[in-house]
Design a protein around this ligand. Structure first.
Ligand SMILES: Cc1cc2nc3c(=O)[nH]c(=O)nc-3n(C[C@H](O)[C@H](O)[C@H](O)COP(=O)(O)OP(=O)(O)OC[C@H]3O[C@@H](n4cnc5c(N)ncnc54)[C@H](O)[C@@H]3O)c2cc1C
Length: 432
């Protein structure tokens, strides 16, 4: 039996974009709910910080959200929309029917992984994934870590791990010095970004940073022992305990696609007020493009205000939004994947790690859809969230369809999904 909760404005995703959207909308008097699948709000960057007392930006937004009166629904994952205005969401042991007048999608992003020989060995981890594990208590002091891939996240993770006692052997960035230099010039007028960059430079003083380099193989009989890096036309093999590896970020657009939102170049299309092509559905933060914290906060606030019909106040944030979008375009240009990375997987390299599908089996097919049908690629628990973006880059496939549920769900939730008419349960009104 599902518990029904009704909101004027429902926000899916409790990262910076969702928190800002929910706070601004609730401050306008709307009955707002914010739902996130983690036990605490904060998203990828603020998780675990947003409940701390103090003056940090995370704490300030958490406090603002608390005072706004928005209803927080944590540990709840939205997996289906059975009809317009109703989302189904699953908690640890309950099923919820969330009804909304307006919806703000702020589902964030995830890391992109590219397969190479040995990438499935234990201790080869996503850069953000390793950071998250250290935040949750994984001991890293004294461990030798190679950080590799592309994007600013590599530097943030390396600095974090070093601060917690890791020895960072090398940071391998696939982008060239030329494009990194052009990116540095592009942030010249942004004091906040410059101070962040200078801070990272101080935090990582003495750590070798090698542009135009990338991992080609990870080695070890049972767990990672060494990694081979391609750099300057040669390869070098380093002994290490962890390889923290990620190739920039991929927007989480599965739920927006399921709802019917228009997507262009892998991002949800929105106008200045963060409106999607669907009436009463807004989108903010990383699903509209990878742009960092400032863009997530600007877009979240605009979406919240626009959903609460405060468009003139929202317009006051357009300058901030535009500046942050310029930065996002710079990120896209700088951290574009180089074509050489398409040669990373060998024929026997596993690409879909949920269903153990090697590269040789995928190359036989003409599209993502055919490969799914013939090899079960993308049909395991991650539902193609890892191998999908990898094959999109490696084989230039379009990931053309999303089917419900957008996340694995319990059998009783699936039953409720197929027969939504059974979902008449006890009713609770949100946002008291
Ligand atoms: C792994 C990782 C680590 C990062 N680390 C850093 C860092 O150290 N420093 C830095 O500056 N930037 C970091 N970033 C980038 C940072 O997350 C962005 O710059 C920005 O803050 C994103 O904000 P957001 O609100 O758009 O998304 P997010 O912060 O990603 O928040 C989206 C939230 O929505 C939730 N969600 C998604 N779908 C559903 C659903 N169906 N039901 C319920 N909840 C859902 C997600 O679990 C997540 O909590 C990281 C990004 C990633 C992917």
């Amino acid at each position: 039996m599902a518990l029904t909760q009704r909101f004027d404005i429902l926000v899916v995703g409790g990262g910076p974009a969702g928190m800002a959207a929910a706070a601004r909308a609730a401050e306008c008097g709307a009955r707002v709910g914010i739902v996130d699948d983690n036990p605490k709000l904060g998203g990828q960057i603020w998780r675990g910080e947003s409940d701390q007392q103090g003056k940090s930006e995370a704490a300030q937004w958490a406090d603002r959200l608390d005072r706004s009166g928005a209803t927080k629904l944590c540990g709840i994952r939205v997996f289906h929309q059975p009809q317009a205005g109703i989302l189904l969401a699953e908690g640890d042991d309950d099923l919820k029917e969330l009804c909304y007048e307006k919806l703000i999608l702020a589902t964030g992003a995830r890391e992109r992984f590219l397969p190479f020989p040995g990438w499935t060995l234990p201790n080869v981890m996503g850069a953000g994934g390793l950071q998250a594990m250290v935040k949750s208590g994984l001991p890293i002091r004294g461990k030798r870590v190679v950080v590799a891939g592309t994007g600013p996240l590599l530097l943030a993770v390396a600095a974090y791990l070093r601060k917690h006692g890791a020895e960072i052997l090398m940071i391998c960035e696939q982008a060239s010095w030329g494009s990194l230099a052009a990116f540095a010039v592009s942030i010249a007028g942004q004091p906040r970004k410059i101070s962040q960059a200078l801070q990272l430079k101080r935090d990582l003083a003495g750590v070798p940073f090698i542009p135009k380099s990338w991992p080609v193989a990870a080695h070890g009989p049972r767990t990672l022992e060494k990694v081979t890096i391609a750099l300057a036309g040669r390869t070098e093999t380093l002994s290490c305990d962890y390889l923290a590896c990620g190739f920039h970020l991929v927007p989480n657009i599965e739920l927006p696609i399921l709802l019917g939102c228009q997507v262009r170049n892998g991002c949800v299309s929105v106008d200045e007020l963060q409106r999607t092509n669907l009436p009463n559905i807004f989108c903010a933060g990383e699903p509209t493009g990878i742009g960092g914290l400032e863009l997530a906060l600007a877009e979240g606030q605009i979406a919240g205000l626009a959903a609460a019909n405060r468009t003139s106040t929202a317009r006051g944030l357009f300058r901030q939004q535009k500046r942050a979008r310029r930065f996002a375009r710079g990120l896209d240009r700088t951290f574009q994947l180089r074509p050489e990375l398409r040669t990373l997987p060998q024929l026997e390299t596993i690409v879909c790690r949920c269903e153990d599908v090697p590269y040789s089996r995928l190359r036989q097919h003409s599209s993502w859809r055919v490969a799914k049908l013939q090899s079960r690629c993308g049909m395991g628990p991650c539902q193609g969230r890892i191998c999908g973006p990898a094959t999109q880059f490696l084989l230039k496939w379009n990931l053309d369809s999303v089917r419900p549920p957008v996340f694995p769900a319990r059998v009783e939730s699936l039953a409720a999904m197929t027969d939504h008419s059974e979902l008449v349960g006890s009713e609770v009104t949100g946002g008291q």
